[in-house]
Design a protein around this ligand. Structure first.
Ligand code: TYD
Ligand code: MG
Length: 454
C-alpha cells in the first residue's frame, strides 16, 4: 500500500515543498504554505473516471473534427460575450475569481437566465447559500425561468450524480472553496480539494459538453486556496475587479483559450443587479471637474476596448524623510519609476512632495499608455495649472525620458474624438492611419517637452 505522505503547497502559486517554508521560493509570497495530505495516486487518477464511467477516448484526425456553429452560446450581454471571446464555448471550463461580495453570484444568476433563454438547461450548484436565499436574490433580479435548477450541495459525488440526471448545458459551481470530495481528507477549500474538484469538473464538462463556470473567492490574506492554483487547469480565467464602495465593476480576461486576453467588460452594480456599461468613457468622465490642477484625461486600451479615464494627481509638500507615493488603480512600481523619470528629465525635485495618483471610478489600469498622463497630472498639480479639459494625453514614457508610441493608436483617438475631445498630446512617433479623426495634435519626442504644453 502506498504511504500517505504530507506535503506543503503554496496557496499563491501552487509550488510544492516537502517542508514548510515561511517564504515561497517560487513566487516570493510570505506565509502562504499549507499542509496537505497526499492522496493515494492510484485512487486520484481513477476518481474522475470512476465518477463518469466514460469510455477511453480515441484520437481523431484533424480533418475528422468538425466544428459546428452552435458551439458557442451567445448570452446577448455584449460585455460578457466579449470577455469570453465570443460567447460561452460549449464544454468549456471558466473560472470566475474575485473578492467576496464583489458580485460573482449576482452576475452568474443573471447569466443563467440569459443562457436559459437560449434553450439551455442550467444547473446552479450553491455551496454557500440556501434555496430561499437564492430565490430571494432571483426575485430581486427579476430572474424567472423554468430551465434554471438550483442545487444546494457541497459534496461533489452528489453533484455529479445530479449532473448525470439533469444533463444541463450550463453548470455553475458557487463556489469551489465550499465543495469537497470524500476521497480526500483535507478540508474544503484546501489546495488538494480544490484541485481534485476542478479536475472532476474539467472531465465532466469536456465529456458531456457542459459549459461550466467555477466561482473562486480571492482573499487578500490568501487564507483559502486562491484560484491561482487552478488557472492552468481551466480554459478561461476571468477576474472580477472593483472597489466595494464604488458601483463600477470590471471583468478582466486573464487567460482565454478561445479569444484574446486582457479584454475587459464594464458593469455597474445597481439595485437590480449588474447592468452592462456600453459607453464606459461617458460614465467615467461624468464627474470630471472643469478645471483645477492635477486632472488629466487619457485613453487606456485593454484588449480591444479603448476607454477614456481621468487620472488625478495630488502633489503636496511633505515633512517626511521618505516622501509618500500612493497609487490607486496604477501600479506602485510604475508610479515610482515615473517619479524618478520626472526628477531626472524634467529637473523637478520631487523629494519634497508626497504624491498621490488615482484613476477615477475604481478602474485598475495595466496599460503603459497612461504614463504621459500620469506625469502630466503630477506636473499640473505641482504647478497648479489645469490641463485644458478638451485635451487627451496618451503615451508611454521610457527610462530615457522618451515618449513612445502606443498600441492601437487609431482606436484610442477615435474614442477621444467620439467623446468630443479636441486636442491630443502624444508621442511624435504615433501616426494615425485613419485621417478622418479630427484632433489637434501636439506631439513630443521627450517628456521634457511636456513642460511647455501644460
Ligand atoms: P454577491 O453576488 O453575493 O457577491 P459574491 O458572490 O461575489 O460574494 O453580491 C453581493 C453584493 O452585491 C452585496 O453587497 C449586495 C450587492 N447587490 C446589489 O447591489 N444589487 C443586487 O441586485 C444584488 C443581488 C446584490
Ligand atoms: Mg456569492
Amino acid at each position: 500500500m502506498a504511504k500517505v505522505k504530507t506535503k506543503f503547497t503554496c496557496l499563491e502559486c501552487g509550488y510544492e515543498s516537502v517542508k514548510w517554508l515561511g517564504r515561497c521560493t517560487e513566487c516570493g509570497a510570505y506565509n502562504s504554505f499549507v499542509e496537505e495530505k497526499d492522496i493515494d495516486p492510484s485512487k486520484s487518477k481513477n476518481l474522475s473516471k470512476k465518477l463518469l464511467d466514460t469510455d477511453i477516448q480515441k484520437p481523431k484526425k484533424l480533418d475528422e473534427i468538425t466544428i459546428t456553429k452552435e458551439d458557442t452560446i451567445k448570452t446577448g450581454m455584449g460585455e460578457i460575450d466579449r470577455v469570453l471571446g465570443n460567447g460561452i464555448v460549449k464544454g468549456s471550463l471558466i473560472l470566475l475569481g474575485g473578492e467576496p461580495g464583489i458580485g460573482k453570484s449576482t452576475l452568474l444568476l443573471q447569466l443563467s437566465e440569459l443562457v436559459a433563454k437560449k434553450d439551455t438547461d442550467v444547473l446552479y450548484v450553491s455551496g454557500e447559500e440556501s434555496l430561499s436565499q437564492i430565490k430571494l436574490r432571483a426575485d430581486r433580479l427579476g430572474v424567472k425561468n423554468d430551465r434554471i435548477k438550483i442545487l444546494p450541495e457541497t459534496n461533489i459525488e452528489a453533484i455529479v450524480e445530479n449532473i448525470k440526471q439533469t444533463k444541463p448545458g450550463f453548470l455553475i459551481i458557487d463556489s469551489i472553496q465550499t465543495i469537497y470530495t470524500d476521497e480526500i481528507t483535507s478540508v474544503p477549500g484546501s489546495v488538494g480539494q480544490v484541485r481534485e474538484i476542478t479536475n472532476i469538473l474539467m472531465n465532466i464538462s469536456k465529456n458531456m459538453g457542459i459549459s461550466t463556470v467555477i466561482i473562486g473567492h480571492v482573499t487578500k490574506e490568501g487564507s483559502i486556496a486562491g484560484p491561482k492554483v487552478l488557472e492552468h487547469m481551466v480554459d478561461t480565467v476571468l477576474y472580477f475587479e472593483g472597489e466595494r464602495m464604488n458601483t463600477n465593476r470590471v471583468i478582466r480576461t486573464v487567460k482565454n483559450r478561445f479569444g484574446s486576453t486582457n479584454e475587459i467588460g464594464v458593469f455597474e452594480m445597481t439595485g437590480k443587479g449588474l447592468v452592462e456599461v456600453t459607453e464606459p468613457s461617458k460614465v467615467l468622465l461624468e464627474e470630471k471637474k472643469e478645471d483645477g490642477g492635477g486632472s488629466v484625461v487619457t485613453c487606456m486600451l485593454e484588449g480591444t476596448r479603448p476607454m477614456l479615464v481621468e487620472v488625478q494627481a495630488l502633489a503636496s509638500k511633505t515633512n517626511l524623510a521618505i516622501p509618500r507615493r500612493t497609487g490607486i488603480g496604477v501600479d506602485y512600481n510604475r508610479l515610482s519609476l515615473l517619479c524618478a523619470i520626472m526628477e531626472k528629465h524634467l529637473g523637478i525635485n520631487l523629494s519634497t512632495y508626497d504624491i498621490y495618483v488615482n484613476i477615477v471610478g475604481g478602474i485598475k489600469v495595466n496599460d503603459t499608455a497612461i504614463d504621459l498622463a500620469i506625469v502630466s497630472a503630477i506636473l499640473s498639480s505641482i504647478k497648479d495649472s489645469p490641463v485644458p479639459k478638451d485635451t487627451v494625453i496618451i503615451g508611454e514614457v521610457g527610462l530615457l525620458g522618451e515618449v513612445r508610441q502606443v498600441l492601437n493608436y487609431d482606436a484610442r483617438i477615435k474614442e477621444a474624438a467620439k467623446m468630443g475631445f479636441k486636442n491630443i498630446i502624444t508621442s511624435s512617433y504615433s501616426k494615425a492611419s485613419d485621417k478622418k479623426v479630427d484632433l489637434n495634435v501636439s506631439s513630443i519626442y521627450n517628456v521634457k517637452e511636456i513642460k511647455k504644453l501644460i
